[in-house]
Design a protein around this ligand. Structure first.
Ligand code: SF4
Length: 349
């Protein structure tokens, strides 16, 4: 629980809202750009073969640098930190970073997004270090389609083992992300729902997005969240849950009490108006939108010996000028040829 005097100080120093009145509250921290999967909607194999030159260790922020940046964001009002990648569990000694971040006064939520393949080895040490929540991914319960959607690198059995390991370590309920691509895995969504109904875990269906520059996005491959709701409702009646404007997910629950589902409809029902997320890449660039073209180099600031106060002022300044709302303007921007976006794996989705 945050000490009152710290609460007061933190509130006093929150960052000004951005140009659209959105108040900074979440920081997603990518700790590595490498991944052990090659999901076609993020890091397709043909664009990232095994010998692709990813960032070298010295290019990545060290744990002390990540902690300094996180402290600056927390002092500016951030309450939620999420560790991402690439695949964050590929970053050595990750529990040490978790322990550093968990110790920051003001952090109310510390989560991790992972494909889970390495989780059985790390679930308990991460939990003991202070990690609060884990979000995993499962794009299909059909082993062949699962393998295909991981670029031939992942096995459904490993994803199931990750869920079991997370449960044993005391994480739960888990969020299970599923990116839906028409003609690839959408025929299997009822089977995926059946797998998790009554489990307490929440499946979140994510619309296939034009992230980055290499996933060959086509809008006819997008299955609107509303269509998925209809398909599922026909099998298991659903009811909408109250809308949380700050959440990316539209929540629905089963009328028979078997739990809930989430739908992240960035393409058909954009949520930029409530977007309060900043993203930090593993090499220390601050991105103000998932579809940003370029980031702001905080690593250079740190390595030039700038103070924490200078870091905080820089971040507050960047945020106050933020006007991003790509998803709301997607059609117009794509028509205008605005197709250059940072690769999603570099900023963790
Ligand atoms: S498109 Fe950008 S501004 Fe809109 S919700 Fe996504 S990250 Fe936020």
């Amino acid at each position: 629980m945050m000490r009152p005097e710290v609460q007061g100080t933190l509130q006093a120093r929150s960052a000004p809202p951005d140009a659209l009145g959105r108040v900074l509250s979440d920081l997603r921290i990518s700790v590595i750009d490498r991944c052990n999967f090659r999901c076609p909607y993020c890091m397709p194999e043909e664009a990232y073969p095994a010998d692709h030159a990813f960032q070298r260790a010295r290019e990545r922020l060290g744990f002390e640098e990540i902690e300094r940046i996180a402290r600056a964001f927390v002092s500016l009002g951030v309450r939620k930190l999420r560790l991402t990648g690439g695949e964050p569990l590929l970053r050595r000694d990750l529990p040490d970073l978790v322990a550093r971040l968990a110790a920051i006064e003001g952090v109310e939520d510390l989560a991790l997004t992972s494909n889970g393949a390495l989780l059985p080895k790390f679930a308990r040490p991460l939990r003991e270090a202070g990690l609060r929540r884990v979000t995993l991914s499962m794009d299909s319960v059909d082993p062949d389609i699962f393998r295909r959607m991981s670029g031939g690198r992942g096995e459904l059995a490993d994803a199931e083992a990750a869920i079991a390991a997370a449960e044993r370590a005391g994480f739960g309920p888990l969020k299970i992300n599923c990116v839906v691509m028409r003609g690839v895995n959408d025929d299997g969504i009822l089977d995926l729902v059946a797998r998790f109904r009554g489990s307490g875990h929440v499946v979140r269906f994510i619309e296939y997005m034009d992230v980055g520059t290499v996933n060959r996005w086509r809008d006819d491959r997008v299955v609107p969240g509303a269509e998925l709701v209809q398909r599922i409702d026909a099998r298991w009646p659903l009811e909408a849950m109250p809308r949380d404007r700050m959440s990316t997910s539209r929540r629905w629950r089963f009328r028979d009490g078997a739990g809930e589902l989430g739908f992240i409809n960035s393409v058909t029902e954009p949520f930029c108006g409530g977007c309060t997320r900043a993203r930090l890449s593993a090499d220390g660039k601050l991105y103000t939108c998932l579809f940003a073209h370029a980031g702001h180099d905080l690593r250079a600031l740190l390595r030039a010996g700038e103070s924490d106060a200078a870091l905080r002022a820089t971040v507050a300044g960047i945020w106050s000028h933020r006007g991003d709302r790509y998803s709301e303007r997607r059609a117009e921007l794509r028509a205008a040829g605005v197709l250059e976006h940072v690769e999603m794996y570099r900023i963790g989705g």
